[in-house]
Design a protein around this ligand. Sequence first.
Ligand code: TRP
Length: 339
Amino acid sequence: MRIVSGIQPTGNLHLGNYLGAIRNWVRMQDEAAAQGGECLYFLADLHALSQPHDPKALASNTREMAAALLACGIDPEKSVLFNQAQVPAHAELQWLLNGTARVGWLNRMTQWKDKAGKNREGQSVALFTYPVLQAADVLLYQATHVPVGEDQKQHLELARDIAQKFNNDYCAPDAPLFTLPEPIIPREAARIMSLRDGTAKMSKSDPSDMSRINLTDDAETILQKVRKAKTDPEPLPADKADLEGRPEAANLVGIYAAVAGTSPEAVLGEFAGHGFGAFKPALGELLVEKLAPINARFLELRQDPAGLDAILRSGAEKARALGTPTLHGAYAALGLLRG
Ligand code: TRP
């Protein structure tokens, strides 16, 4: 079992990021360790070049995301944590796979269609070939499982298609080079919505800071944001179906359940009949209890860029060693002489 996943380095991390990918990675790290498996987690800084970007911000976001992953529980003793840019094999393998991936396949990618919109001609080539780099990211390490959000499922299917075609075209039937990776999509991925609008995703780009809980927020700020969160005047229902049409109430119940590690049904079992006057303080306290240690560690790590760089450097060294046999196998399969 080899688990590989990447995350784009963004700044201003919030509760939605934590309850989305990051917490899932931590859980898988601990499960994999128990089963003798291995996890590789990386910051997809090369993918960031697919859209206009500010080089200074990219460097600081990469460190910031590394700090967040560590603060949330990714342990560099258990998992290999690194950034793509320090492992040139990602870019090399992408080029080798560019000979196998078809333009028609990439044209069908919904993320490409959404991001390019009506202006395909004006997009970077990197935005178009982004999924081939993503395929290289996982195929390089013979990933068996790739935890991703629902929106990345299509990219994973493409990685399997590329692997399959490469194996067919260049390898003996009994000696395929690449493992076909399975996506792991969390069943009830907690969709964390804005505290000001239960129909909009919690986002770092929302102009109102009151709409989100940041990993940098202190206890007082968290309590205040929960206190001021938008709600409705009704008490909480006993039945989850009755949260229909009450997006803010559903969001707060969903956050409580995700943070407490239980289900919305169980939360309603405890709070049915209570109004938000009772529920909000309970939610605020739960959030503070869970986030305070992460917050403290995040702030500490962020202050030590040299320490973060050392962790990434050592992770990259391990990743380079793990990827080398497959990269060499790909060069050889394609008939590329390397001395
Ligand atoms: N494209 C992914 C996202 O936006 C990030 C990513 C890059 C990734 N390479 C990957 C995820 C490899 C899984 C495996 O979320």
